[in-house]
Design a protein around this ligand. Structure first.
Ligand SMILES: [Mn+2]
Length: 270
């Protein structure tokens, strides 16, 4: 039995299948742990969604920004854009089942036996794991509770960029979602920057990648995350494991077996 963490899939079904074949993935024993952004932009979001439903007892995922965006479109808050390439999934007979399954998924998952915490974008260095989990557990209950439309509708925007003790409920909801699904760079007081997606070398001086800001908490777990394709896996160490290697942008998909610390790559060049 092994846990296979995998970077942003974004509808890249073929690469995912080839990786699962390479590791001889066995849904009766193994766990597939995608870092979120399962669908959107890639060629076969419908096939990825169907696969997740088919093997859902073996899937441990977290929500990414594109997953939340799919839920917003599914619930009628936005029209899908052409480049989202979500039409086939939205028209599929299992679209509602998929949306319901997705709405049950958490923003953060912990794997105590592996000493791993997984979040699509990461964890804010100024907050403890317990603070993160308190908020993300609550958001999971809200999303799974059925009345998600007003929360999703008020989720969009860049206003909530910094932790405050006196948050309204909606601001708390937006903050933890911004941290766990959108964060890349932080400004010097820990405010989230929502614009810069650059490589570390190209970033302006006033921005620091969230994982280079010292963590407030003296934690010994590894954070597994995706979301940041331009990192191209350059941050893979005992503390931080960045798995988005831009498969949907013509690069490759990365799978990481935690038990053996082995990485597998699949894409145009492999
Ligand atoms: Mn993302």
């Amino acid at each position: 039995m092994a846990h296979y963490f995998v970077g942003d899939i974004q509808g890249c079904y073929d690469e995912l299948m080839r990786l699962m074949e390479r590791v001889d993935f066995d849904p009766s024993q193994d766990k597939l742990c995608p870092v979120g952004d399962l669908v959107a932009r890639g060629p076969a979001s419908d096939k990825v969604a169907k696969l997740m439903l088919d093997i859902q007892d073996s899937v441990l995922t977290v929500l990414g920004n594109h997953d939340l965006h799919f839920l917003s479109i599914f619930h009628g808050l936005f029209q899908p854009k052409k480049n989202d390439k979500l039409d086939a999934l939205l028209k599929a007979p299992f679209a509602e089942e998929y949306a319901n399954w997705l709405a049950q998924q958490p923003l953060i998952r912990t794997f105590p036996q592996l000493n791993i915490v997984m979040s699509h974008a990461g964890l804010h260095p100024h907050l403890s794991l317990q603070q993160h989990l308190g908020m993300s557990d609550w958001v999971q209950q809200v999303l799974a509770g059925g009345k998600i439309k007003p929360w999703l509708k008020a989720m969009y925007g860049d206003k909530v960029n910094k932790w405050r003790a006196d948050f309204s409920l909606q601001d708390k909801f937006n903050f933890i979602i911004n941290v766990t699904t959108r964060m890349r760079y932080l400004k010097n007081k820990g405010q989230l920057d929502f614009k810069c997606k650059d490589t570390l070398a190209a970033a302006p001086d006033n921005l620091t990648p969230w994982f280079n800001v010292p963590r407030m908490e003296d934690a010994d777990f590894q954070i597994v995350f995706g979301h940041w394709a331009s990192l191209m896996g350059c941050v893979q160490n005992q503390q931080y494991m960045a798995l988005d290697t831009g498969c949907v942008w013509g690069q490759y998909m990365t799978m990481y077996c935690a038990e053996t610390a082995t990485k597998y790559q699949q894409g145009a060049l492999f």
